[in-house]
Design a protein around this ligand. Structure first.
Ligand SMILES: NC(=O)c1ccc[n+]([C@@H]2O[C@H](COP(=O)([O-])OP(=O)(O)OC[C@H]3O[C@@H](n4cnc5c(N)ncnc54)[C@H](OP(=O)(O)O)[C@@H]3O)[C@@H](O)[C@H]2O)c1
Length: 249
């Protein structure tokens, strides 16, 4: 028996990286998947890669109008939703003292307001037994240099996981958080740091991870599947660190 047979699943930020891997896994487990993204080039690649597997929709996770429209379209097509994987996120790193204020606003808009908007607009569509999975990060509980604003957005996401779990429990909907450690995805090419600085950062992080490696998108997709499916039926408001031991050890 497939774990998400005939479930309707929405994945924000599913054009690359963790979201793309999760879309493939959810679909293989029987879900009817819709993924979102924003950039024409990534949307195009994802449409090719997910043909016959998932719907790919241009939708800005941080825009109330876009999310409201997405919820309306999903309702029209599927009637309701069983799984929300709120994964869309951006990361910009740099020293706090020289960090650009506009980047702080943009990260909070996408990383925090995004999932907040999705829960707001999709809550009425979530069916009893439904599951919301938020993608935070192990940095939500660490003081890693260069991550002042990014880490704060993820701490806010982790907090949202608790409040939303409390508010949606009555409706029979669970809300949980997956917090990855370093995962090999395109996000490292978008940090806004020179290549050498990114390489030095990756080396330093790897040395701090007890399992001594980056994780793969598929390793996070499998945790998202666990939280999305009834395998985790007694978990709500919880956080799973999928981080090679970085946060706990
Ligand atoms: N990789 C890691 O080490 C790591 C660790 C901890 C947590 N995470 C979290 O994992 C999530 C996925 O990241 P990733 O590593 O898979 O990176 P990624 O490959 O850069 O994926 C980010 C995804 O989010 C989408 N996205 C970005 N801005 C968006 C917006 N405004 N609206 C809708 N979609 C948007 C991107 O699509 P477009 O490019 O098409 O817009 C892409 O599909 C993020 O929340 C990230 O913070 C990653």
């Amino acid at each position: 028996m497939k774990k998400l047979e005939n479930k309707v699943a929405i994945i924000t930020g599913g054009t690359t990286g963790i979201g793309l891997a999760t879309a493939k896994l959810f679909a293989a487990e029987g879900a009817k998947v819709t993924v979102t993204g924003t950039r024409p080039e990534t949307l195009e690649i994802a449409r090719n890669e997910l043909r016959g597997v998932a719907d790919v929709v241009a939708s800005d996770a941080g825009s109330g109008g876009d999310i409201e429209r997405l919820a309306r379209d999903v309702k029209a097509k599927h009637g309701g939703v069983d799984v929300l994987f709120l994964n869309a996120g951006i990361a910009k790193f740099g020293p706090l003292t020289s960090f650009d204020e506009a980047l702080v606003d943009e990260m909070f808009r996408v990383n925090f307001k995004g999932p907040w908007l999705a829960i707001k607009h999709f809550a009425p569509l979530l069916r009893r037994g439904g599951s919301v999975v938020l993608n935070a990060s192990v940095v939500d509980q660490k003081g890693m240099p260069g991550t002042s604003a990014y880490a704060a957005t993820k701490a806010a996401v982790r907090s949202l996981g608790r409040t939303a779990a409390a508010e949606l429990a009555e409706a029979g909907v669970r809300v949980n958080v997956v917090s990855p450690g370093p995962i090999e995805t395109p996000i490292y090419g978008k940090l806004g740091m020179p290549t050498e600085a990114v390489e030095a950062f990756a080396k330093s992080v790897t040395s701090q991870v007890p399992l001594r490696r980056f994780g793969t998108p598929d390793e996070i997709a499998r945790v998202a599947l666990f939280l999305a499916s009834s395998d985790s039926s007694f978990l709500t408001g919880a956080e799973i660190l999928a981080d090679g031991g970085l946060g706990n050890l």
